[in-house]
Design a protein around this ligand. Structure first.
Ligand SMILES: C[S@@+](CC[C@H](N)C(=O)[O-])C[C@H]1O[C@@H](n2cnc3c(N)ncnc32)[C@H](O)[C@@H]1O
Length: 210
């Protein structure tokens, strides 16, 4: 199982979002939608062993977490409007601190990064913070023990604004180690593709659904 957490610093978390303006009035929701596509889609199929957690830190509600679960996902296409529309549906239901399913494979609740990471800490999951100056993933996948950890990893990424200091402290306190996909700062969705590609090559016989 792998989990990707993307911090949406300005992503709206309530009301109706405009699918025609995901980058603008929805607070760069397009970045998060592309991350969903990169994490879940392969050609003619979906990676079923992945969760994508979107932390919506914008307005107007307290922070919400929307989860896309590869195992139970239905009615999702690779384009941004498709994931945007499922996020929109998630934001229209009455959220609580307990996760509720809004559409098949999509879940929503109130929550923030600290709460989510504390849950993963309790499960003793290995956590990785995506950062340009981290350990090179291509070196890590040379080592079998590291591959086992990476295969069960929780990966934390920023959006177009990166990760602000307060969230970096939270990530550090949760014990995440820094991991890099190269020296150049890439788009969040590109980083996800590179992580999954490195793992696909390290363990090529995984059973992803076609
Ligand atoms: C578009 S980048 C953020 C750029 C932002 N200007 C900054 O300085 O953080 C989005 C996220 O992708 C991840 N990222 C980008 N390039 C990376 C790289 N080469 N290695 C690891 N993570 C990277 C980081 O988590 C970053 O927060």
């Amino acid at each position: 199982m792998k989990d990707f957490i993307i911090i949406g610093n300005k992503a709206v978390n309530g009301g109706k979002i405009s699918l025609n303006d995901l980058p603008g009035s929805a607070g760069r929701m397009d970045v998060l939608c592309r991350c969903v596509t990169s994490a879940l889609f392969i050609s003619f199929g979906m990676r079923r062993d992945i969760n994508v957690w979107l932390i919506l830190k914008g307005e107007p509600s307290p922070e919400k977490i929307v989860r896309f679960n590869g195992e139970t996902m239905r009615s999702l296409n690779p384009d941004e409007r498709s994931s945007g529309s499922l996020i929109q549906k998630a934001l229209l239901i009455d959220a609580s601190d307990v996760e509720k399913q809004s559409t098949p494979g999509v879940f929503v609740r109130y929550g923030n990064l600290e709460k989510l990471l504390s849950e993963f800490e309790k499960e003793e999951r290995p956590m990785f913070y995506l950062k340009e100056d981290g350990n090179d993933i291509l070196e890590m996948v040379q080592n079998h023990d590291s591959v086992a950890l990476l295969e069960n990893g929780v990966y934390i990424l920023g959006d177009n604004q990166g990760v602000f200091e307060e969230d970096e402290k939270t990530i550090e306190n949760a014990g995440a180690s820094k991991i890099s996909v190269g020296p150049i700062s890439l788009l969040s969705s590109q980083c996800i593709t590179l992580i999954l590609n490195a793992l696909d090559r390290a363990a090529p016989n995984k059973s992803d659904d076609e």
